[in-house]
Design a protein around this ligand. Structure first.
Ligand code: NAD
Ligand code: UDP
Length: 334
């Protein structure tokens, strides 16, 4: 019998791509989302791609009664937990809302799982939990939680620690902590992609808005970093590769906590990302050099060897694939 998976945040950017992979692999999927940062139309897009429309619960994780009802009728084998607030600058302005939504929301989820005997969870963590390290190549064994620069990052760190404590209490509990590097790109169909509300903070969504003419120019935050071209370097990972990482994690969950970096291991600079976009679109992007952004590290990237060795997963798509799929998504959405 196929496994039933509850995907929290499943209408969001990474969640929707993962739901498509799950359905295509024959899993039964239900989505829980409060639609704070996503649209109900995503369900139709998922159906167009995967041929099935997953059951949808418009529920907030902070609404314990509604959440419990979903679990009472659910009979889930596992939860993939994407739901959360994720805007770094907003988390500095609204720390209580971030802790409540992300941390208290996860506590509610765990209580509902406990009451219905659901023993498997995969959590969307982030490279941000590494904070500042001596080496820019992050390995899972590095200590986390030191010198985190914002409340968003600390919610990820605290949730990781809560999941470790909970799993230490229940020897049957199975946790996958996936530390994402920089998710980018869109589904090759052009039907799913990143479409944030308001002015984006992240590089690729900002580039997309400039390319669409909705924002005047890209500001490159600093070109005097100690990197080859002076701009910051990050490990960008195509969202479809990232979605597939969750499938590999589901297959390899085991009692206790399993931690994996999901990244390519190959960093790109801001200037390299901009050039790749310009190459793909055939147009120059309006841009200028601006001051450094507070809290940015010059460079970091994943050491993805553990995921390759133990999950049999590695990235397959390139930055050029990211740009092609992003442009296709822009074209299909306008
Ligand atoms: P997203 O905002 O597109 O998706 C998150 C979804 O969760 C949204 O649909 C939102 O409506 C929903 N949600 C938020 N709070 C909720 C609540 N209380 N109850 C129910 N639903 C709620 O974000 P994304 O980029 O797809 O990120 C998914 C997860 O991955 C997040 O936890 C994020 O922190 C994490 N992550 C993202 C990145 C990134 O750069 N995108 C990097 C590392 C980790
Ligand atoms: N960046 C930029 N201009 C922007 C947005 C981002 O130059 O408008 C840079 C940012 O300084 C960082 C890189 O792009 O070096 C990636 O930033 P993003 O916010 O996407 O990811 P993160 O900071 O989480 O790695």
């Amino acid at each position: 019998m196929s496994q039933r998976i509850l995907v929290t945040g499943g209408t969001g950017y990474i969640g929707s791509h993962t739901v498509v992979e799950l359905l295509s692999a024959g899993y039964e999927v239900e989505i829980l989302d409060n639609l704070y940062n996503s649209k109900i139309e995503v369900l139709d897009k998922i159906e167009q791609i995967a041929g099935t429309k997953p059951k949808f619960h418009k529920v907030d994780l902070l609404d314990m009664n509604a959440l419990q009802e979903v679990f009472n009728g659910g009979n889930f084998d596992a939860v993939i937990h994407f739901a959360g607030l994720k805007a770094v600058p907003e988390s500095v302005e609204k720390p209580l809302e971030y802790y409540e939504n992300n941390v208290a929301g996860t506590l509610n989820l765990l209580k509902a799982m406990r009451s219905t005997g659901v023993k498997k969870i995969i959590f969307s963590s982030s490279a941000t939990v590494y904070g500042i390290q001596e080496s820019p190549e992050y390995v899972e064994t590095m200590q986390t939680g030191g010198q985190l620069s914002n409340p968003y990052g600390r919610t990820k760190y605290f949730i990781e620690e809560i999941l470790k404590d909970y799993s230490a209490m229940d020897p049957d509990f199975q946790v996958g902590l996936l530390r994402y590097f920089n998710p980018v790109g869109a589904h090759p169909s052009g039907l799913l992609g990143e479409d944030p509300n308001g002015i984006p903070n992240n590089l690729m969504p900002f580039i997309m808005r400039v390319a669409e003419g909705r924002l005047p120019e890209l500001k490159i935050f600093g070109d005097d970093y100690p990197t080859e071209d002076g701009t910051c370097r990050r490990d960008y990972i195509h969202v479809v590769d990232l979605a597939k990482g969750h499938m590999a994690m589901l297959d390899h969950l085991k009692p206790g906590v399993s931690i994996f970096n999901l990244g390519s291991g190959k960093p790109s600079s801001v200037k390299e990302i901009v050039s790749a976009f310009e190459r793909a679109s055939g147009k120059e992007l309006p841009k200028s050099i601006a001051a450094r952004r507070a809290g940015d590290l010059p460079e970091f990237w994943a050491n993805p060897s553990k995921a390759e060795a133990e999950l049999g997963w590695k990235t397959e798509l390139t930055i050029d694939d990211v740009m092609r799929d992003t442009l296709n998504f822009i074209e299909k959405s306008n």
